[in-house]
Structures are given as C-alpha cells and as structure tokens.
Design a protein around this ligand. Structure first.
Ligand code: GEK
Length: 250
C-alpha cells in the first residue's frame, strides 16, 4: 500500500483538496491513517449488507472511492442484486474499474456467484436511484454542499424499499467549544500516532478547510428523520467521527 506523503514537504500555497491521481494512489493509506475507526466501520458495513440487501434489489455506494465498501457488500449480497458504485473522481473510478476487471480475470469461478457492480463516474447529486435496499454514504456527505444534503437524503429515502437501510458516516463538529476542542485534539493525536508530522497535519487541514464541511450529530439525525427514516441510530463514534444507521420501516 503506497504511503501518503502528499503534504510532507512545505508548500508556498496549499490549494483546495482534490481527489486526483496523487490522492487516489495513496488513498487506502491516507484514509486509514486519518479516519479513526475506518476499518471497523467497513467491517460493520459488510455485516449490515448481509442483513439489509434484498434479492433483486439495488445497492448504492455513493462516493465509493476505490470501492472498499462495494467490495465487502458484494461478498454478502444475493447474486441477483446490483451494486451501483458512484464517484465523480476520474482517478478513483479508473482504478476501481481496473481492480474489478483484474479480479474477474483471475477468479472467474467465484466471480460468477457475485452480483453485478455498475461503476459510474458522476456527481452523486445526479444519481438516479430506485429499488434500493442499502445506500452507503461512507464519509461522502461531508463533501456535498450543505444546501444539497437534505434533498439528497430525501431522494435516498424515496428510492428505498421497505426494510432498507442507509449508512451515513461523517466527521462531525460540536456546538460546545470545549467538546469541539477536545475531540479535535484527540483526533490530531490519532494522526500524530499514525505517523503524520505537524506540517502534514497543518497543510492537509488548510486544503480541506472549505471542502469538507462537518455538521453536528444532531443535524445529521434530524435531517435523516426529516427525510422519512423511522429508525435513526448512531452506532459508532470515535472522537469526531460517527456512523449512523437509518432504516425505512417495513
Ligand atoms: C470508502 N466511501 O472508502 N459526487 C460523487 N462523488 C463525490 C462527490 C460528488 N459530488 N464529492 C466527493 N465525492 C469511501 C470513502 S472519500 C472520504 C469516501 C474521504 C467522492 C470523492 O471523489 C471521494 O472519492 C469520496 O467522495 C470521499 O468507504 O476522503 O474522507
């Protein structure tokens, strides 16, 4: 796994964060050293797929990056389900396509038992959804303009069949300044412990400033409830990172 050293050297100017070739190349290392609990969340997404994905239904992995969630869900989904893996980054989508093509060439027998994956490079705000039993927004909504988030989640709810579920994982912020400072500091300690220098941390923070917009846990819960989800439950929190499960009743 290539190591992320994108922000290791001082830059005259730090531009806004892009999911380009440099980031896609080191993405698995970058996200696992930046998001506490990322691997645990993925393994619960895999577990949830077994429970949620219904035969002949659709799954949407919105902001799929290199397809970490898609790959795990595919291992649990019925063979007649279809997973739509959506991302607007050309660099991510190209790598995901190559990875899936390589996989089907090397392991033909077991791949025939797996459901179809349809990979699309597009803005997830334009993704048409229907017959969905599972929707995953694993650290993606935070990159969508705040004014588009309510409509997106309402469309997820409307596209969902009864008994379906949405997993929303996000970096969050806090109304209480002391709580905000404490949890942000604990997150920085995590990044230091994972080997990031003060320079890397500072430059990455600048690059994400107007790109990753966190909201409070309560804002996310209220928005999911407003979208129509009857059960909305946070199931994971580590510092300022959460994952929420929202279920559409049968
Ligand atoms: C994982 N879910 O490994 N439309 C489509 N994709 C978008 C958009 C958009 N408008 N905005 C951002 N993205 C993944 C990790 S990463 C999280 C998700 C992170 C995509 C962007 O290109 C990137 O691949 C992904 O959302 C966010 O489980 O880097 O913190």
């Amino acid at each position: 796994m290539p190591r992320d050293n994108i922000y290791a050297l001082p830059r005259d100017q730090v531009g806004s964060f892009q999911f380009d070739d440099h980031v896609a190349e080191v993405f698995p290392d970058m996200i696992s050293r930046s998001v506490p609990g990322y691997t645990s969340i993925l393994s619960v997404i895999e577990q949830l797929a077994e429970r949620l994905v219904q035969p002949a239904s659709n799954v949407y992995d919105l902001g799929c990056s290199l397809g970490a969630a898609t790959t795990l869900i595919r291992g649990k989904a019925p063979a007649d389900a279809t997973i739509y893996a959506i991302d607007n980054s050309e660099a991510m989508i190209r790598r995901l396509r190559d990875q899936l093509a390589g996989y089907s060439q090397t392991d033909t027998a077991s791949v025939s038992d797996l459901c179809d994956v349809i990979i699309q490079q597009q803005d997830l705000c334009d993704t048409e959804m229907s017959n969905a039993s599972m929707v995953v927004l694993n650290f993606t909504l935070q990159f969508i303009a705040a004014e588009k988030r309510t409509e997106l989640l309402s469309r997820c709810f409307d596209a969902m069949i009864p008994g379906g579920g949405l997993v929303l994982s996000e970096k969050i912020c806090f109304d209480d300044p002391a709580e905000q400072d404490l949890l942000a500091e604990l997150h920085l300690d995590f990044k230091r412990a994972c080997g990031y220098s003060e320079l890397e941390i500072a430059q990455k923070r600048t690059s994400l400033e107007n790109t990753l917009i966190p909201e409070t846990l309560q804002t996310h819960i209220s928005r999911l409830q407003q979208a129509g989800f009857q059960t909305v439950t946070p199931w994971f929190q580590c510092f300022n990172f959460v994952s929420i499960l929202a279920i559409k009743s049968r």
